[in-house]
Ligand binder design. Structure first.
Ligand code: BGC
Length: 813
């Protein structure tokens, strides 16, 4: 595959880039390739280059500050976006994110994440799209096109095979060549071909013996050589380890800074003759090209001169959420809710909504509509009752309700050098983002100080999240004064690790107490940038779990319908670690069973970004998968439960129990994780193992019914005629699967080769057309090192999921 032909505008930009490059000396070039801080590259005023700013991604644009006082829109999780099976919606999400990026002065979004759902235990499963490379590529293409149509760059990540988190900095993933090509590289390849991303992020992990930030073969030969990628290759944060290895391996930018393997070290390597200056020039050229595209290099016309029309972020977040919800089961048409019936809403997550997954994908929205808010607004007065039922949180949350806090910074002599308001108990200051008047050189301690006024009397627990020296004082008594060292050494432990309980104190409702948590700031040895990160955690008196369930059962018994929200937590689905099991945390399974036994009209809403086990699924009348639905999730849930809109999602990944799942391994043995299953992951592995999952890939019911009337295949063009046989308008995702029917190399029994959506009113028929890609009939030939078409007979199937195939037709290729 060759790169796309340059347009006249590309050529004009290239000329500006070349002219700028010629004027730079070696030290300046080497400096440009190294982050100057956590999120940006240095400005070079001499050539009219402004500082290039990057930000996570993928559900919003966090910006250069990791705090709630710099809000961003929060869209539904990537699994939810993929569940819409709608590349156009993904494109619109991208346009909105570009708008957010421009608002925040961000030029490159560190997204999308297109690693695959190889094992359901993968900790960042929620942040990736699917187990299927084709669906991942199509959704990722829509997303990248959208962001870049707003004039903002993307870095498709994490290149490649960062499909689990355990030992992610060191693990050597042993991936057979066919699996690498047919599965893990495939979404990157499709996005490079169809959306021309301006960037790629290379992963922490090693693939087949070479760490990805030094992978000459996969980066220089495959990504750039075969696919024609002309963008920037940026390292995952701290992933660049070796100056010559990285630059020779095609890594352009080492992030974050200021301490990196580039900058001075790179200039030295050129002077010592270990690296050719032309190699550095090639990297600088790509960085300048990115800057020119984004409009921050003087003299170069940006790719997008005028930003697209403004997008209403709240409305789009709500639309994507309801389009993503997957109705897994709906016995006796218990959904949509009957008008004017009474509803018992149950679950901690119904009140304290869990809208996104943890880790670097975290953003802080300006508002959150919880399910309780959404349903209260949508249902008639007096018809809704709420009960907590069970709390999924097994750890202390960051201090919030009842706290009035500020951060006080002091130097080594104890003098106050600056202060900043603290919206909650979380402090995360990175790089130069410090309170006014404070520098890393002068900062010695940060004290979070203020008052806490309890809502309830009883035993309150206070805890500390972070690494290093802390002093915790509540009501004048010091409860902790020591060095706290949790976790396993992942440098991001201070951000994402578990809080440790340090004090249990009896307090009285309404009576304020003084609270102080002081942290001695030390630059973590294993982080290259300056960062101040810790949190005060707190939880109020805990009620007896059985009592909470009994209360919920009573609430449910007296209602026409019970809606139970079950959820994972950010200690289950986050970054830097994998899951140990797929169970819902706490007593939530017991809660669902008890409520379902008390009310036959029990609807369970699953608030999780990736598969959870639902041992009670046949006891509930309906199961609705609500994902991590983003900031408007509660409003979207009300839209769908009341029937104002149908839940439009289809599973982008097979859901089943861990015991049945064919590919689960995420823990390396002796530093190696073997992808021995080859090309058989996801539905292909379930089919090969002859096992039936709880819910198959592609499944999702909606609120109407569909009859598949005809399937015509003409060459590689597939036409499907279908009819809405239900009583309300709906949208169907017509899925096309290709199954080899003749001899050939070992291949999945069938795979997704295309899909299209159809909208139709009750009784109406409609037709969709799907063009089958050549790849649907190809395998990677490891001997020839090329794609090879497997000639012979195939069965083409059109259906509602991989298991519900309605029409088939034989073809010969
Ligand atoms: C993550 C990346 C992210 C980066 C910056 C890393 O830990 O793996 O996905 O973009 O941090 O936050």
């Amino acid at each position: 595959m060759a790169g796309a032909q340059p347009t006249p505008a590309d050529q004009a930009r290239e000329a500006v880039v070349e002219a700028a490059l010629r004027t730079l000396d070696l030290d300046t070039k080497a400096r440009l390739l190294a982050g100057q801080d956590m999120w940006s590259l240095p400005a070079l005023p001499g050539i009219g280059l402004r500082s290039l700013v990057m930000s996570d991604g993928p559900v919003g644009v966090r910006g250069v500050r990791w705090t709630a006082d710099d809000p961003s829109v929060a869209l539904p999780s990537p699994t939810a976006l993929a569940a819409t099976w709608d590349p156009e919606l993904a494109r619109r999400a991208g346009v909105l994110l570009a708008q957010e990026a421009r608002r925040k002065g961000v030029h490159v979004l560190l997204a999308p994440t297109v690693n695959l759902h190889r094992s359901p235990l993968g900790g960042r499963h929620f942040e990736c799209y699917s187990e299927d490379p084709y669906l991942t590529g199509v959704i990722g293409t829509g997303y990248v096109r959208g962001v870049q149509s707003g004039g903002v760059g993307t870095t498709v990540k994490h290149f490649v095979a960062n499909d689990a988190e355990t030992d992610r900095l060191t693990v050597n993933n042993l991936v057979p060549e066919r699996a690498l090509r047919e599965l893990y590289l495939a979404p990157f390849e499709a996005i490079v071909r169809d959306a021309r991303p301006w960037g790629v992020m290379t992963a922490y992990n090693t693939v087949n013996g070479t760490t990805m930030t030094e992978h000459h073969h996969l980066v220089n030969e495959v990504l750039r050589g075969e696919w024609g990628f002309d963008g920037v290759n940026v390292s995952d944060w701290t992933a660049a380890r070796d100056t010559t290895g990285a630059i020779e391996g095609g890594l352009d930018v080492a992030m974050p800074g200021p301490r990196t393997v580039y900058g001075e070290a790179l200039a030295r390597a050129v002077r010592d003759g270990r690296v050719g200056e032309a190699t550095v020039d090639a990297a600088v050229r790509r960085v300048l090209r990115l800057a020119a595209r984004a409009g921050i290099l003087d003299g170069a016309e940006p790719v997008v001169a005028a930003p697209p029309a403004p997008v209403d972020g709240e409305a789009l977040a709500r639309e994507i959420a309801r389009r993503s919800f997957v109705l897994l089961r709906n016995e006796r048409h218990v959904l949509p809710l009957k008008p004017h019936g009474t509803v018992a809403l149950i679950g901690a997550a119904a009140r304290d909504a869990r809208i996104l997954g943890g880790g670097s994908a975290t953003v802080f929205p300006a508002r959150i509509v919880s399910p309780l808010d959404g349903l209260t607004a949508a249902l008639a007065d007096g018809t809704l009752r709420y009960a907590v039922g069970a709390d999924p949180a097994t750890e202390l949350p960051v201090a919030e309700a009842g706290f009035t806090l500020r951060a006080v910074c002091r130097d080594a002599a104890g003098e106050v050098i600056g202060t900043r308001s603290a919206p909650g108990g979380l402090i995360q200051w990175m790089g130069t983002d410090l309170p006014e008047g404070v520098t890393h050189e002068t900062l010695h301690t940060v004290e979070l100080t203020g008052t806490f006024t309890p809502r309830e009397s009883g035993t309150h627990t206070f805890g500390i999240k972070g690494t290093g020296d802390f002093t915790l004082t509540v009501g004048g008594t010091t409860y902790y004064d020591d060095d706290q060292r949790p976790g396993d050494g992942d440098p991001f432990e201070a951000f994402f690790g578990a809080p440790v309980p340090r004090a249990r104190i009896g307090l009285t409702a309404g009576e304020p107490v003084d609270v102080s948590l002081t942290h001695v700031v030390r630059l973590p040895e294993n982080l290259p940038m300056r960062v101040v990160a810790f949190a005060l955690a707190h939880c109020g008196p805990r009620r007896d779990a059985d009592e909470l369930i009994a209360e919920a059962v009573e609430t449910a018994r007296n209602a026409d319908t019970a809606v139970v929200m079950v959820a994972t937590t950010d200690r289950v689905e986050s970054e830097g670690f994998d899951r140990r099991d797929l169970r819902l945390p706490g007593r939530q399974d017991d809660l669902v069973r008890a409520v379902a036994a008390a009310n036959p009209n029990t609807v369970v809403v699953v608030n999780a970004g990736s598969p959870v086990e639902m041992p009670w699924r046949d006891e509930a009348a309906a199961v609705l998968l609500g994902w991590f639905p983003g900031q408007e999730g509660g409003a979207a849930l009300a839209d769908v439960l009341t029937g104002a809109h149908e839940p439009g999602g289809r599973l982008p990944t097979t859901w089943g129990s861990l015991a049945d799942a064919p590919v689960t391994q995420v823990v390396p043995a002796d530093g190696e994780l073997r992808y021995d299953e080859g090309v058989f992951i996801g539905y292909a592995a379930w089919e090969k193992a002859g096992r039936t999952p709880s819910y198959p890939f592609g499944h999702g019911l909606g609120y109407t019914d569909w009859a598949y009337e005809s399937l015509d295949v003409d060459g590689t063009t597939v036409r499907v005629r279908l009819r809405n046989t239900g009583e309300r308008p709906g949208r169907e995702v017509v899925q096309i699967y290709v199954a080899p029917a003749g001899p050939g190399p070992e291949r999945p029994a069938r795979r997704l080769a295309g899909f299209a959506s159809a909208d139709a009113g009750p009784g109406e028929s409609t037709e969709v057309t799907v063009e089958l890609p050549r790849r649907a009939f190809e395998v990677w030939d490891e001997t020839a090192k090329a794609w090879a078409c497997v000639k012979g007979s195939y069965e083409i199937a059109a259906g509602r999921s991989i298991a519900d195939r309605r029409l088939t037709a034989p073809i010969n290729v």
